[in-house]
Design a protein around this ligand. Sequence first.
Ligand SMILES: *Cc1c(COP(=O)(O)O)cnc(C)c1O
Length: 356
Amino acid sequence: MSRYFQPHIDRMAGYVPGEQPRDGGFIKLNTNENPYPPSPKALDAIGRALTDRLRLYPDPVATNFRETAARLHGVEPDMVLAGNGSDDLLTIITRAFAGPGDPVLCPTPSYILYRTLVELQNAREVAVEYRPDWSLDPAAFLASGAKLAFLANPNSPSGTALSPDSVSEIAQNFDGPLVVDEAYADFAETSCVGLVARHPNVIVTRSFSKGYSLAGLRLGYLIAQPEVVAGLIKVKDSYNCNTLTLIGGAAALDDQEYLAQTRSKILSTRRRLTNLMRSLGYDLPDSQSNFVWCTGGPPASAVYQSLKERRILVRLMRYPGRPDGLRITVGTEAEIDRLEAVLRELLGGADSPKVW
Ligand SMILES: *Cc1c(COP(=O)(O)O)cnc(C)c1O
């Protein structure tokens, strides 16, 4: 059958998401889900929406949702576009701006989905390496001649974030749409939403999967100039967000108090997890997200495997030309208690069984 596929699709490996084990009993610290439940107000709103109204198609442009998001960010509703997860928005953006052979700039190491989206378009990935301190050379953006650029900020796997000033300099230095993927912005000190007014080429994407504990709902949105949003609406599926999702998402956005509570718990556990991993010999940049990135300590792949045998899942990340690393999601205090106990048993004292 493979000969029937377009050659560039046939060649693709396809994106491989983090493991989602079907049997329970794992402590899941591998895909950066939020360990706390979603806002009760969001769940209530979804419950109340389970009515006869589901006979009808959802609002194609999510009017109520985009008004809520616009209010929160102090922008106009026509600067907001909702997506079936922010991955849907990244797909829409790539389809809109990148055609066969077009160069698309992807900083590396970063979110691996960008490359998959580029491959789907038969476009060409131009990789720009992060410097050792996780900064980027703004001049590389201009020099790339790319038609589109992605920037995960905060980045994954590093968890680090460029300042809005640095991103502004990049936007200035780039002649094309610059996607600032803020999937983790709810855990960061800064955001680049304010740059959209000054730089018409900046598109900021947001997700409900991390900060809002709603990965299963599938919702994200982007903020861009009205002209950009209008163009992207032509590319999206007519009904790309379902009625329940839009109602739940608007209610979650309206419950900023709940977000602040779960956020502050995660930031506090993040400090603890950072100290723990540093004490075990790993190098960790300061994280601005809900995970930490550990390299340079005890061998990542052996530790990953030993943790998995003890039913703790973390993410083993391998990037060509770089040492393997462990990306560990900030869980609840109890989950990190368990991780700590297992790691100390594996790595802690001179008499502990070594995993390698
Ligand atoms: C998790 C993640 C996303 C995906 O978000 P969804 O809203 O679940 O599609 C996008 N970008 C980055 C960098 C992520 O880590």
